[in-house]
Design a protein around this ligand. Structure first.
Ligand SMILES: Nc1ncnc2c1ncn2[C@@H]1O[C@H](COP(=O)(O)OP(=O)(O)O)[C@@H](O)[C@H]1O
Ligand SMILES: [Mg+2]
Length: 452
């Protein structure tokens, strides 16, 4: 089978790596992929962006792709699934209106309320004055959220009145999130531990994936600014197995039923971000309509069954009877970030030591990396016409130029290992990290601390 994956992060590298292990899969194209997917078995990167739906579609038709997997939320919210399916192509992910579960926080809250799913008390507003009045009534701490997709930057957990009112102005007056700024959702502030609860569903059958917890804060001890995630581990023991199993009945099934009542068929991954209070009370913080990053980098190494089969079962509406199985033990991943992330950071930093690091039962998934081709003296850069022609001539030959792996994002690598338990997985990871180098490399040294 030939598969197309849209996306470029550690999540997509993990999906590509897992699919390449399937005997069913002969070729995987990743649009645009990264330095890690470029080197993975059976894989080839494409010069197509993950949200360029038309170009992805053209490629899938031309190459006779068997099915497409969508990594990030933006193409799902743009309706890539509707478009592909309407034109007879197979694709894994929810349709546009189902993806509203992530793309509109107000929509998700409305569905949860109608479905009786436990979630923080909230109100939605389009006018700043009314939103501020509500905040004044409720007091702090309070949570202010832009309604739409804001690349993880749309939420303020406000501990002062000033912060909360400022967040309302940013969203509704300054419209700093553009299209995502039309509404604001204001929520009661919950406390506890967060847990990622993902299921695979074809709309009828629900299969929960292995539990995972990530670390959002940039620095050790959960200090510092929020990031896309600095590490993750699976399983996450914050819930007992019995409690975990119940989440499908408390959260997922009522939501799918409410969506179905509205005529919406949800297929793909449904990801509930949960808050588990100290007394074990569960509330849903939000939904995502795709795999998590970096949770996927621990969930897929934990999976022992064939992901390609599971994707097909969902696409073809026959998930019932599908067996998803898991390895024993624990998987962890530690994110190596570029100094300064999540604020300003450098890119283009040469990375060394990955091969060494992978020798001892460790897998390095790439997040923000790229392979820079080192051409003879970088001739094009001189702007000299004759020399440029020379360089182009050289490009036409079969010469394999040396390539240098360089950083291309804030989160650069995800160093991942499986162990008998979380401790042994983390030991392998931190030993491997010592062999990897790029300038100003930054990572947390306490991943998994809550579970140890
Ligand atoms: N009601 C809430 N109470 C406490 N913390 C919250 C609440 N809602 C969100 N948060 C915090 O803010 C983070 C981001 O919010 P979330 O709704 O997941 O938005 P997104 O992931 O789209 O940025 C959560 O992971 C959580 O740490
Ligand atoms: Mg979130």
């Amino acid at each position: 089978m030939k598969i197309l994956i849209a996306g470029s992060g550690g999540r997509e590298h993990a999906i590509a790596w897992k699919l390449s292990a399937s005997p069913k899969v002969s070729k995987i194209y990743i649009a645009p992929g990264n330095g890690g997917t470029a080197l993975e078995a059976k894989c080839k990167n494409l010069a197509i962006q993950a949200d360029d739906v038309q170009a992805l579609f053209k490629f899938a038709i031309e190459k006779d792709i068997d099915f497409t997997v969508v990594g990030p939320e933006v193409p799902l919210a743009l309706g890539i699934v509707d478009f592909f399916e309407a034109n007879g192509l197979k694709i894994f992910g929810p349709c546009q209106i189902a993806a509203q579960m992530e793309a509109s926080k107000a929509f998700a809250k409305d569905v949860m309320t109608a479905a009786g799913v436990p979630t923080a008390k909230y109100k939605q507003f389009t006018r700043a004055a009314e939103a501020k009045h509500y905040i004044n009534e409720q007091g702090v701490p309070i949570v202010v959220k832009a309604d739409g997709l804001a690349a993880g930057k749309g939420v303020t957990v406000a501990h002062t009145m000033e912060e909360a009112l400022h967040a309302v102005d940013d969203i509704l007056v300054k419209k700093i999130f553009g299209m995502a700024s039309s509404k604001v959702v204001i929520e009661q502030c919950l406390t506890g531990q967060e847990l990622s609860y993902l299921v695979m569903t074809d709309g009828k059958t629900v299969i929960p994936l292995s539990s995972a917890q990530d670390h959002k804060a940039a620095y050790d001890g959960d200090k510092g600014p929020n990031t896309g995630g600095m590490g993750a581990y699976s399983p996450a023991p914050v819930l007992t197995d019995a409690q975990y199993a119940k989440v499908t009945d408390i959260v997922i099934r009522p939501v799918l039923k409410e969506l179905a009542r509205r005529g919406i068929d949800y297929k793909g991954i449904l990801y509930a971000g949960l808050m588990v209070s100290e007394t074990g009370e569960i509330n849903v913080i939000e939904f995502n309509c795709r795999f998590g990053d970096p949770e996927t980098q621990v969930m897929l190494p934990k999976m022992s069954s064939d992901l390609c089969e599971h994707f097909l079962a969902v696409i073809e509406d026959r998930l019932e009877g599908e067996k998803v199985t898991w390895h024993d033990g624990a998987v962890a991943t530690v994110v190596l970030a570029s100094g300064g992330y999540p604020a300003e950071y450098k890119t283009g930093l040469p990375i060394t030591g990955i091969e060494e690091a992978e020798k001892d039962d460790v897998k390095v998934f790439h997040a923000g990396t790229t392979l820079k081709i080192i051409k003879p003296m970088q001739l094009e850069d001189t702007g000299d016409q004759d020399i440029t022609e020379l360089a182009e001539f050289a490009e036409d030959t079969d010469i394999d130029y040396p390539e240098q792996l360089v950083s291309a994002g804030g989160r650069v690598l995800n160093v991942t290992a499986t162990g008998e338990n979380l401790r042994s997985a983390l030991d392998k990871i931190y030993k491997a990290i010592a062999k990897i180098h790029f300038d100003d490399m930054h990572y947390r040294k306490d991943i998994g601390h809550r579970a140890l």
